[in-house]
Design a protein around this ligand. Structure first.
Ligand SMILES: NC(=O)c1ccc[n+]([C@@H]2O[C@H](COP(=O)([O-])OP(=O)(O)OC[C@H]3O[C@@H](n4cnc5c(N)ncnc54)[C@H](OP(=O)(O)O)[C@@H]3O)[C@@H](O)[C@H]2O)c1
Length: 327
């Protein structure tokens, strides 16, 4: 089958269309003709050699898929050949065929394209877990979502808004900020022209926020903690600016703050299934009705995976970058 292969780690040019053997489903997996997959920051890290796939997973990039089931393992329940499904995989999405555990798959809503479905899983699961399961965001609270134009950010804004929270965001351009407001953000801060912590104090009447959803890491740590209300929470979801920073434990102690981490890829399938189930229970109806929507920025053909990576690394996207694998 055709897939994106890389002979060595490096810049986006290492991603080439090639041929690899088709995967074989285990008893709890289904084999899927992949129609679309999506980029995630983890793919760019893996390509560069900084984020190897968990043991036993394919070396091929791709953490999610949408497609048609062609084969079903002996222990699979609720999914049949020819079903249109989408869902979470540990790797292997940049290929014409991939395997997915049936517990991590969902039916594609009627009338949806494969590209739409491919844009949901990774970012909506991550947003739901970090805002609610880890961050305990409640109606009436205020959340700051950094990188509001990112895939995860654009999903998180919608979920937090639907949950009755006030949503503040940061982003690197006025255009991205305007687009976050359409999704439910009350106000946005251009972090390139303003200090976000100073702006948060102004926007909240010196109250601060209950929760920060952070993808930036080291550069933002002290400011993130400084803007939290009493008993506020910081959820660390990404480390776009690095991992090492100094911390004022006095602030944590006095303000009873919490710093919570989140990672999804290395979790056992049973835990990922709980993540999938929490999302489905709370949000699937809203997804079907259009109340919440995947944001698609651009669709590239599979063979242009390198170009798509370059586009992501230039921070140009608002929402998801999709790879169309076949029609
Ligand atoms: N822990 C997990 O399990 C998990 C799961 C999914 C994603 N993530 C993480 O979540 C983050 C977002 O992922 P994504 O796929 O949604 O990303 P994305 O769509 O590629 O968006 C990332 C955005 O972050 C902003 N950005 C990049 N570097 C920055 C910096 N140094 N300072 C401030 N802003 C910066 C850019 O927007 P601007 O134009 O606004 O600068 C960029 O477009 C990544 O760090 C990813 O690794 C973690």
């Amino acid at each position: 089958m055709r897939a994106i292969v890389q002979r060595h780690t490096g810049n986006p040019d290492v991603l080439k269309l090639g041929e690899i053997p088709s995967p074989v489903p285990s008893p709890t997996q289904v084999l899927v003709d992949v129609k679309a997959t999506a980029l995630n920051r983890a793919d760019t890290l893996q390509r560069g050699g900084f984020y190897p796939p968990p043991e036993g997973e394919s070396e091929t990039l791709g953490l999610e898929l949408a497609g048609v089931v062609t084969q079903v393992g002996d222990q699979v329940e609720g999914i049949a050949v020819k079903d249109r499904i989408f869902g979470l995989i540990g790797s292997g999405g940049y290929a014409e065929q991939a395997v997915i555990d049936y517990r991590l798959a969902m039916p594609i809503p009627e009338g949806w394209t494969f590209e739409q479905a491919a844009a949901v899983t990774e970012v909506f699961f991550t947003a739901n877990e970090t805002l609610f399961t880890r961050g305990q965001l409640a109606a009436g609270e205020t959340v700051l979502i950094h990188a509001g134009g990112s895939g995860v950010g654009s999903a998180g804004i919608q979920l937090a808004y639907q949950a009755g929270a006030t949503v503040l965001v940061t982003a690197g351009s006025e255009q991205k900020i305007e687009r976050t407001k359409v999704l439910g953000a009350t106000a946005g801060i251009n972090y390139k022209t303003h200090d976000f912590a100073e702006q948060i104090w102004q926007l909240t009447d010196n109250q601060g926020v209950n929760l920060v959803q952070d993808f930036i890491g080291a550069d933002y740590l002290s400011r993130n903690l400084s803007i939290l209300k009493f008993e506020g929470r910081l959820v660390v979801v990404g480390l776009l600016s690095g991992a090492k920073a100094e911390i004022d434990l006095g602030l944590i102690l006095r303000e009873r703050l919490q710093i919570l981490g989140f990672v999804m890829r290395r979790l056992p399938v049973e835990e990922k299934a709980r993540i999938r189930n929490r999302f489905v229970e709370r949000w699937f109806d809203d997804l079907v009705s259009g109340q919440i929507q995947p944001m698609i920025d651009t669709v590239f053909p599979l063979e242009a995976a390198g170009e798509a990576h370059r586009y992501m690394e230039a921070n140009q996207n608002f929402g998801k970058i999709i790879l169309q694998v076949s029609q």
